[in-house]
Design a protein around this ligand. Structure first.
Ligand code: SAM
Ligand code: SF4
Length: 457
């Protein structure tokens, strides 16, 4: 069984906020970094007291910094196609969406490479390819786009958010050099799932739920998951995601590499106008914090669906990855003409987001190392929970920030941005405790000054 849904239902129904003594006990256990039971997670999700929430967030932040350092990983999504045979009631790409007719578009591999070049010019090194489900395009199309981006740009790693597939297809996608396979369950509540997915291949709940098992069995090392928050009770969704990830750990030795926490956004012409179970900002923060503590090695991803101020707060609650400068319409980085999947809430550029992160005491990172040196799957999970990743993450973030400052023409009017990034770079170097590592970092920084690129630990 991938997730024991009747247990999750029971836990949500019975959960009560912890006493202060219970909270201390659970948080102490969480800070060991080996995760939490579903019972503990359910108790934390039930917290309503402001003081208890503060303790929860502080613990999540402390664990994040201990495991990954102060770095925040940045990436951009690249939407390939808004053609789709499914009829998800919340999505603008939905097959029957009249508002989308005329705005349907699938990029050619050449156009995908052009989009990737625009993203690269902003300073990104990793992209997430995203696509609707159109059998007419198929896996060969996706792989052609992956190849075109690798062959024609300096993008260092490509991840993919694509519909569930069969083992043989996963094998081919992995062989094309894709790092993480990502797919969101949307909702773990089967009846709700049936209601919001009335048509198309995506109707099959069990097939979607088992896709991570197929991906990992087929040789993918890292997978990304997430509930689409707002469709059903957020506690149920978070506990299910924790349980799903724990299943993967027990079966494959690796937790979910990332857990995204997207909240439903307005989508042009979508049948679903309002979230049936709206999730408040505080509930989203609790979700991020509990996921961090319950699945310590997982990256917690926050997209531009959320506004800037809340994204900043989420970084203080355990989130570790942000998308930035995103366009959710195919071709949107080079042009503006096609249908967006949903409207974004944070329109800042990458440099603005990086500056804000730095000013807030975090270290913006464009690192892509682990996937490329094989620090993946089980090895990544164990290295992270045993505390071995933090100094590597910090060092690699420093190197990529240095490249960014050297290579990307920051708008002159915004020299303030450059100052914030330069100051963060200097203080992060200063903070390296391991003197041997510090020496090695300084050496690589000099090499970057003399023109070398793509250096890492
Ligand atoms: N088509 C594939 C699928 O559905 O799995 C992959 C890409 S889909 C474009 C990416 C994700 O966007 C979906 O899994 C869903 O969680 C999210 N999404 C769709 N509509 C949304 C909306 N209105 N607001 C926020 N997120 C949305
Ligand atoms: Fe298609 Fe994905 Fe949108 Fe559903 S969420 S309509 S599958 S693109």
């Amino acid at each position: 069984m991938i997730v024991d849904f009747s247990k999750i239902e029971r836990l949500v129904k019975d959960a009560v906020p912890p006493t202060d003594a219970d909270l201390d006990f659970i948080l102490e256990k969480a800070l060991v970094g080996r995760g939490l039971t579903l019972e503990d997670a359910a108790a934390l999700l039930s917290i309503v007291d402001a003081g208890q929430k503060k303790l929860l967030y502080a613990s999540a932040k402390a664990l994040k910094v201990r495991l990954f350092g102060a770095r925040v990983v940045l990436f951009a999504p690249l939407y390939l196609s808004n053609r789709c045979v499914n009829s998800c009631v919340y999505c603008a790409f939905s097959a029957g969406n009249k508002a989308a007719q005329g705005g349907r578009r699938s990029l050619t591999p050449k156009e995908a490479a052009r989009e990737a070049r625009a993203i690269e010019a902003m300073g990104f090194k990793r992209i997430l390819l995203v696509t609707g489900e159109d059998p007419a395009l198929g896996l060969d199309y996706l792989i052609s786009c992956v190849n075109a981006v690798y062959e024609n740009t300096g993008i260092r790693i490509i991840h993919v958010n694509a519909p569930p597939m069969e083992g043989a297809e996963f094998k081919a996608l992995k062989a094309a050099g894709v790092g993480v396979y990502q797919s969101f369950q949307e909702t773990y509540h089967e009846k709700t799932y049936a209601r919001v997915h009335p048509g198309g291949k995506k109707r099959d709940f069990a097939y979607r739920l088992s896709t991570m098992d197929r991906a990992l069995s087929a040789g993918f090392n890292d997978v990304g998951m997430g509930p689409l928050l707002g469709l059903y009770d957020y506690k149920y969704e978070c506990l299910s995601a924790i349980s799903h990830s724990t299943h993967l750990y027990e079966k494959f030795g690796t937790h979910a590499h990332t857990v995204s926490i997207p909240r439903l956004r307005p989508a042009l012409g979508a049948a679903l106008k309002d979230a049936p179970c709206p999730v408040t900002d505080e509930e989203l923060k609790k979700s991020a914090a509990v996921l961090r503590l319950a699945i310590p090695p997982a990256g917690i991803v926050v997209s531009t669906r959320e506004p800037a101020a809340l994204r900043a707060e989420l970084l203080h609650c355990g989130a570790t990855q942000l998308s930035a400068g995103s366009r959710t319409n195919p071709g949107g980085y080079a042009e503006e003409s096609t249908i967006e999947q949903f409207s974004t809430n944070d329109k800042r550029s990458l440099s603005e987001v990086m500056t804000a992160i730095a000013k807030d005491g975090f270290l913006p990172s464009l690192c892509t190392t682990c996937y490329r040196v094989g620090r993946v799957g089980h090895e990544f999970t164990e290295k992270t929970v045993s505390g071995g990743m933090a100094k590597l993450c910090q060092a690699n973030a420093i190197l990529t920030l240095k490249e960014y400052i050297s290579d990307v023409k920051l708008n002159n009017r915004l020299s303030v941005e450059k100052d914030a990034l330069v100051n963060m770079l200097a203080s992060s170097i200063e903070e390296i405790e391991d003197q041997t590592l510090k020496k090695a970092v300084l050496k690589k920084l000099k090499e970057i000054d003399s023109g070398k690129r793509d250096l890492y630990f």
